[in-house]
Ligand binder design. Structure first.
Ligand SMILES: [Fe+2]
Length: 246
């Protein structure tokens, strides 16, 4: 059994376990950074390789020790590179949504005394299924698909997190705290994905992701707003001597 207080950490650890990028297996010393002019960059380039990032007002950020010399900005980033990062992000969020389904289902399995929570969770479960379909559609339009392995791993983490609260007398409160953390994690994830979709000029994806982001924002707001009443109800049920945990 997972200790109740560890569940929120566990669930976010699981969600963040999927990287947006690819790992570089060869460790390299950290590169040095410096603001330079064009002429200084040209001078340094005689002695070392540079990654050069344009800044405002004609300044450049030179990264010495970069593996390959190149100029970097969104306009010159290769479409395939951006696309790869975007697809990895989509797969990760797809897995996060499967984690959300498990988390919601385990709560719905047990909620008895809090029908108002169950009702909103049911609604968000339906939204989550639509969100997964949107991600599938976006990946399908790019000729890609979700990762079954990531989906399964994070689904397991979602089950584990909710089950970790089963023995807690304030199970419903603990689960709502995890819901708050989780919804805000999703908001951050979709915000990042939208930035990638805009950078990569994937307009259909941007529109679909914005729809989902709106639903996550609404759910996060509901979770936050529900906490005072939910807490008072829990306290009243405890004071009444009956069951109050779920
Ligand atoms: Fe959500």
């Amino acid at each position: 059994m997972v200790p109740a207080h560890a569940a929120a950490f566990l669930i976010l650890l699981g969600a963040s376990g999927c990287s947006f990028g690819t790992n570089d297996a060869v460790p390299r010393p950290p590169p040095s950074l410096a603001r330079v002019s064009e002429s200084e960059a040209a001078d340094r380039r005689r002695h070392t390789t540079l990654l050069v990032i344009p800044l405002d007002q004609g300044e450049l950020l030179a990264v010495e020790g970069a593996k390959h010399e190149r100029r970097f900005n969104m306009a010159t980033t290769s479409t395939s590179h951006l696309r790869m990062i975007f697809v990895t992000g989509l797969q990760n969020v797809h897995a996060v949504e499967h984690q959300a389904l498990s988390l919601i289902d385990r709560q719905l399995d047990r909620l008895v005394r809090y029908p108002e929570v169950a009702e909103r969770l049911r609604l968000h479960r339906t939204e989550t299924q639509v969100q997964i379909r949107r991600l599938d559609d976006i990946m399908g339009s790019l000729g890609e698909r979700s990762s079954s392995l990531k989906d399964m791993a994070l689904s397991f983490m979602g089950n584990l997190a909710a089950m970790g609260h089963v023995a807690a007398p304030d199970e419903v409160i603990k689960n709502q705290l995890v819901n708050a953390a989780f919804e805000n994690y999703e908001i951050a994830s979709y915000t990042s994905l939208i930035a990638l979709a805009e950078a990569g000029a994937f307009p259909t994806a941007t529109a679909l992701l914005r729809e989902t982001l709106g639903e996550e924002v609404a759910m996060a707001a509901w979770v936050q707003d529900s906490l005072p009443d939910l807490t008072r109800k829990y306290v009243a049920l405890r004071a009444g001597g009956g069951g109050a945990s779920h």
